[in-house]
Write a protein that binds this ligand. Structure first.
Ligand code: PLP
Length: 386
């Protein structure tokens, strides 16, 4: 994950820096593509996890589609080689301009998240003389057993159409003659490692399908969303997620109708492990109870620890001898939550050492901000190194 030629460059490295292992990315994509092909499933990469053009181009080259959550993501996906016919558009707050753009670009489908959104999509499609293909994003009320801020499929979240609005939709369906209902969509959360959750989702989807059929509606496509988790604890040993086991779970439990197509929107699982945030130790200081390593990366480069109390494995690449020295690792930003880890064994650590913060390829660089007027981190791709 950290190649030898990069280790040699450490003293001169300009930090903070996002390093992307493009070979690992390719292996991960190949593994996911092979597993999905086995079952005839379609993958739409969730652009929001990482939208660096080089990464998008690697992914579009595999023939995967894209899952976009804004008009700008649709434009970026098209520029990076994704086929419009493989783009899905999700999000609870699509603006009129974004809907118009998606219709003009003739994307595969909208994942609609409210009854009113369907009305607006229908209206705009009518004004353009088009018919919008839509999925209903339904809220199956399933607990993903992940952090509360990345849970999206329970009744109290803002995501998806509630059972109440679904019934209203079924009653009014024929009024929306500039939309075509082609599928049902579900996305219940992120960083899900317990496959039982996906089994539970599949069983719920079977019930929901029966209900739609009882109302005379045949479903051509099922989109099961994303959410497959990665191993943040052992990023260097467990680099590629169990795509086969993931798809196998759906294969075993989903009751598919003849000819029905199944879609997935993977983000994190495809790109998280190929990214490593490298940061230099600026200062070591002793507090009342703990010792701090203050580093030059901050929550403006990697927000996940501050936002979700997320764990990222951190190692000192200078490896000054393996003592039991324990540190809190913190960034320079004026916020108490600008801390990457507490009480972690870094070994002997001194000013100038380089720390590797692993598993930062997803929801890392894309969440950067300029808070405190900080400069953005640099980027280095493994296939662009001398
Ligand atoms: C974020 C998101 C995804 C991707 O989630 P991961 O956990 O990164 O796989 C998929 N679908 C929708 C609708 C999303 O919002």
């Amino acid at each position: 994950m950290i190649p030898q030629n990069l280790i040699h460059k450490l003293p001169k490295l300009q930090t903070p820096l996002y390093f992307y292992d493009m070979e690992l990315l390719q292996q991960t994509l190949d593994s996911a593509a092979k597993a999905s092909r086995h079952f005839g499933y379609h993958i739409h990469y969730a652009l929001k996890a990482n939208f660096n053009v080089k990464i998008l181009e690697s992914i579009s080259a595999t023939g995967m589609g894209a899952d976009c959550v804004s008009g700008n993501e649709i434009i970026k996906a098209l520029q990076s080689g994704f086929h419009p016919g493989k783009i899905v558009f999700a999000g609870v707050g699509k603006s009129d301009e974004e809907i118009r753009l998606a219709l003009e670009k003739d994307i595969f489908a909208f994942n609609c998240e409210s009854l009113q959104e369907i009305e607006v999509v229908n209206e705009i499609a009518a004004s353009l003389g088009k018919k919008a293909r839509i999925f209903l994003r339904l809220n199956p009320d399933i607990e993903a057993h992940t952090h509360k801020n990345i849970t999206t499929g329970t009744a109290e979240t803002k995501f998806g159409i509630s059972p109440l609005e679904t019934e209203l939709y079924l009653k009014q369906q024929e009024h929306f003659n500039h939309t075509e209902l082609i599928g049902l969509h579900f996305h219940i959360g992120s960083q899900i490692c317990d496959f039982d959750v996906f089994r539970e989702l599949s069983l719920k989807v079977n019930e929901i399908q029966d209900h739609f059929e009882a109302n005379g509606i045949q479903i051509q496509h099922l989109n099961m969303g994303g959410g497959l988790g990665i191993d943040y604890k052992n990023p260097t040993q467990n680099t590629i997620p169990d795509f086969k086991g993931y798809f196998e779970t759906f294969h075993q439990h989903l009751k598919l109708r003849p000819g029905q197509q199944v879609h997935f929107e993977l983000g994190r699982a495809l790109v998280a492990q190929c990214g490593v945030l490298l940061s230099r130790v600026l200062y070591i200081k002793s507090g009342e109870h703990n010792r701090f390593a203050i580093i030059d990366a901050s929550m403006t480069d990697l927000l996940r620890p501050a936002l979700y109390e997320a764990y990222h494995k951190i190692e000192n690449l200078n490896n000054n001898g393996n003592t039991d020295a324990v540190f809190d690792v913190a960034g320079p930003v004026c916020e108490s939550s600008d801390v990457f880890a507490r009480n972690i064994p870094l070994g002997k650590t001194v000013r100038g050492d380089i720390l590797a913060i692993y598993s930062t390829g997803a929801y890392g660089q894309v969440m950067s901000s300029a808070y405190n007027l900080r400069s953005p981190a640099r980027t280095l791709y493994s296939d662009e190194m001398e």
